[in-house]
Design a protein. Structure first.
Lengths: 267, 267
């Protein structure tokens, strides 16, 4: 089994991704897809008069600030439009897909970050109404039933808190936790870059291999959003996933190409 | 088992509905929920610059005109915001709910209406890019697994065409087909009216009982959206569902009150 996380950049060709999934599934491969949606979420949020806000945490990560209005838009775009359009693309290719979020059936259980320490204009501040969380458990029951019925799960990264609240969780780390829980052979993190770059945004600076023992060091190399991918990769490997590949989502056959060695392989 | 369809009027209290579902499920009742979302869809579509359009078919039904842009909004609101907010309300009440649409796992299979004959300004016209359909099959496998695991399904009325395309289907008739496929005892159609009214909108003109044999006659009494409810009721009864209750979704304990005899009972 392969768990694939596909990003949410405006330049990602979901039809090409679904062509590739359909070909692989027809060859007998089991695929679980986790998806992003940030670019479309920003567009819709702005159009609805609630433009997105991003915060930089004290630990240096950039994350979406998700109050209740932002969660409405997050649900609309991630669990609504992006999730169902991907399911439709797969159904049109003869693949029986099933879209849901991690809130459904409590597939993804998360702990809410009660307070978020952020840095704004050099000063530290506390945010208390942010609806983001860290995954603490994965319920694989429904995913296992889907797999047994040749149904391809398509999952939006929304989790269920211990109190039942919907939480925005990082898609790369959600995919890592799902890969661990399903004992996947491989975790693929596909996005709008060809892999981890030593001199971002220079795409010729692609790092083809990272030894498992060196992951910590590459946290320094990773910029912005890539930090979460490297963190997710480390979590997946520590949890027993055989290999993690960070690769390009903008190309034809993005999954097959990654499996054939394109991208940054961490094993 | 009870199948409940709740409408999408702005005056519907989903928290009260979910309080009632939680109490009934804890008493051992199995409930499958199908939901609407028309009011919020209209609001979001208008805010995004693609206001909703409605057409009157030659047979006299008013329906949403769903081109691809309208389908994007339909997916966002129905399968995104409304579906996940209902799932969240149930999770917060300790009920493990699972939200999806009929596109997922091909739960609802529909035939697309290739052309739609409509009446505009007294003239008949043909529409060819409408993404609406009529349900021709229900796959109960995933719903049965949910029921066996004490998971409450929450379903948005989007179906999968024979070609894999997403189709807007009528929620009341979708609920009727699901009730038939699941061999439900009762189908409840809850909306922003207390039941079928003989002199709409006079709520004191509620019709408390309709004999099964008289349904055809009541198609004449029903106005606008209620026609689809009466049609769905007739289909459900013909398909073996024990009784159909059309009742008020705006009140406290709407399901319990309907089961206790409030509304229009057709049996």
């Amino acid at each position: 089994m392969i768990v694939v996380k596909v990003g949410g950049g405006a330049d990602i060709d979901y039809a090409a991704l679904c062509d590739d999934i359909a070909a692989l599934v027809k060859q007998g491969q089991q695929i679980v897809l986790v998806h992003g949606g940030s670019s479309e979420t920003n567009r819709v949020a702005t159009a609805l008069g609630t433009p997105p806000r991003f915060v930089t945490t004290a630990s240096g990560h950039v994350s979406r600030y998700t109050d209740q209005a932002a969660m409405d838009v997050f649900m609309m775009v991630y669990a609504g439009k992006i999730n169902k359009r991907i399911v439709e693309l797969l159904q049109q290719r003869g693949i029986n897909a099933f879209g849901c979020s991690g809130l459904d059936g409590r597939i993804l259980q998360a702990e809410r970050k009660a307070t978020l320490r952020i840095v704004e204009n050099g000063k530290q501040m506390m945010i208390r109404d942010d609806r983001t969380g860290t995954i603490v458990g994965v319920d694989t029951r429904m995913l296992a039933v889907m797999a047994a019925n040749n149904i391809c799960p398509v999952i939006a990264p929304i989790a269920c808190s211990l109190q039942g609240d919907a939480l925005n969780v990082d898609g790369d780390r959600a995919a890592a936790q799902i890969a661990i829980a399903l004992k996947a052979d491989s975790l693929l993190l596909l996005s709008s870059v060809p892999g981890l770059l030593s001199a971002f945004p220079d795409e010729s600076s692609l790092i083809p291999h990272i030894a498992r023992a060196d992951i910590e060091r590459y946290m320094e190399v990773a910029q912005g959003r890539m930090k979460k991918k490297v963190m997710g990769a480390g979590e997946a490997l520590a949890g027993g996933v055989g290999r993690v590949i960070m690769a390009d989502a903008r190309i034809q056959n993005p999954i097959s190409q990654a499996l054939n060695g394109q991208g940054t392989i961490i094993a």
